[in-house]
Write a new protein. Structure first.
Length: 287
């Protein structure tokens, strides 16, 4: 099989894997409803008022996409430009390197989101503000879906508390970028720059989780599990899917480099006598 055809086949397989990983999330969201758990009116954990999101879906997407684009595109461009990152691809070196990182990033994000939605729709845990969103006609004993007078879409959404999608996705994205920075940003000048960037990335993901509790969108246990899931998927993706920490062999020398080495190796380099440059060790009194 020609190399060009084989390369295209690999790309098709990669895209297909990302699509398959995201498929459970798409199917659950479009075709299924969450498990209808029986909810008691006297449950104090779901009587909190409704509040708008401090970090909305749009804000979350804007921050994560912007950070990912800036860090990954800048990092790969710098490494390829300085020839610290090489690829066997005969295509553009920068696009080849960018394709590998972005593909790995999207695959992990798809896995994380599918696992999150699988838990949400299977468990159907009510959010802390469920009764405010549901607004039941009567609240005696258990609340069924038919007893809610609130917006049907909001009521369905209020049954997806476990576990926090904001927390899982935010932690995955920011920890992935932190590990990317750890692997790619090398040099003495990065001794404090690198952990500073990592601190702000992880701090944002934790802040998102905190707001989900203060906005009464999730119980604290939902946020904790979401953070742990996002961190686990990020570590596993970087460890077993990416090549961030892969030991690479030194770059092969070109013919011009070999000729330059030969010239440096065999070029005579006469040293002046000590008497010519006034070396004080040649003084008779110090001999």
């Amino acid at each position: 099989m020609p190399e060009e055809r084989k390369r295209r086949l690999f790309i098709v397989v990669d895209v297909l894997c990302v699509f398959v990983a995201a498929l459970p999330s798409a199917i659950l969201t479009l075709r299924f409803k969450p498990y209808q758990r029986e909810i008691h009116c006297n449950d104090e954990s779901i009587k909190y008022p409704y509040r708008k999101d401090t970090i909305s879906h749009g804000t979350m997407a804007a921050v994560t996409i912007t950070c990912s684009m800036v860090i990954i595109t800048t990092g790969e461009a710098y490494l390829v430009h300085t020839k610290r990152l090489r690829s066997n691809s005969t295509f553009n070196q920068y696009l080849s390197a960018l394709y590998k990182v972005v593909g790995t990033y999207l695959f992990g994000a798809a896995v994380s989101q599918s696992l999150t939605d699988l838990a949400k729709f299977t468990i159907g845990r009510p959010r802390p503000n469920f009764l405010s969103v549901c607004a039941p006609k009567s609240c005696n004993g258990y609340v069924l879906g038919t007893n809610c007078t609130g917006n049907l879409r909001n009521v369905t959404e209020s049954r997806l508390s476990f576990y926090s999608g904001h927390s899982a996705f935010g932690m995955y994205c920011m920890l992935f970028l932190s590990l990317y920075v750890q692997a790619r940003m090398q040099g003495k000048w990065t001794r404090l720059v690198r952990p500073t960037i990592q601190f702000f990335l992880v701090a944002f993901s934790l802040y998102v989780g905190y707001t989900r509790v203060s906005d009464y969108k999730h119980h604290w246990s939902d946020v904790l599990v979401g953070l742990l899931q996002g961190a686990l998927i990020a570590v596993l993706t970087v460890r077993y899917v990416s090549d961030f920490f892969k030991q690479r062999p030194p770059p092969l020398c070109t013919q011009a480099d070999e000729q330059a080495e030969d010239q440096l190796e065999f070029k005579p380099n006469p040293q002046p006598l000590d008497s010519q440059h006034g070396n004080h060790y040649s003084h008779p009194g110090l001999a």
